[in-house]
Design a protein around this ligand. Structure first.
Ligand SMILES: [Zn+2]
Length: 128
């Protein structure tokens, strides 16, 4: 992973800063999304309009950011696995019925994948 970046006030170093911008309504996501970002920044602590400066995250900030990124990725993978599992299980059952039962090598591989996915979901949820 490339270095994670943070932003801080270029004048006083405060993290309570940002850029002037406009939010626009998005019909698909049903929420406001970032539209235009203007050239001026803001800081709640020193009231400068200088844009925040970028810096490489380190220490506790870096650990917290990396942890949040990994959690979001794991949550997304778990949701995808849970979404696809019923279809994989159904397809494995079809292979078992159509392919000659327990000796069907396609069913054996599909069944092993389903069992591995079920075990991974249980581990991720702390069930097993
Ligand atoms: Zn400031």
């Amino acid at each position: 992973m490339s270095a994670l970046k943070g932003r801080r006030c270029a004048n006083c170093g405060s993290a309570d800063c940002g850029m002037d911008a406009v939010a626009v309504w998005d019909n698909v996501s049903q929420e406001y999304v970032l539209g235009t970002v203007y050239d001026d920044g803001w800081c709640q602590d020193c009231s400068t309009d200088t844009p925040p400066e970028e810096f490489e995250l380190e220490g506790e900030e870096l650990i917290a950011a990396e942890r949040a990124i990994h959690t979001a990725a794991a949550t997304g993978l778990l949701a995808a696995l849970e979404a696809v599992l019923p279809y994989a299980r159904s397809r494995a059952e079809d292979m078992h019925e159509d392919g000659g039962g327990d000796t069907c090598r396609f069913w054996q591989k599909a069944n092993a994948a389903v069992l591995a996915a079920e075990a991974a979901i249980k581990r991720a949820k702390g069930v097993a």
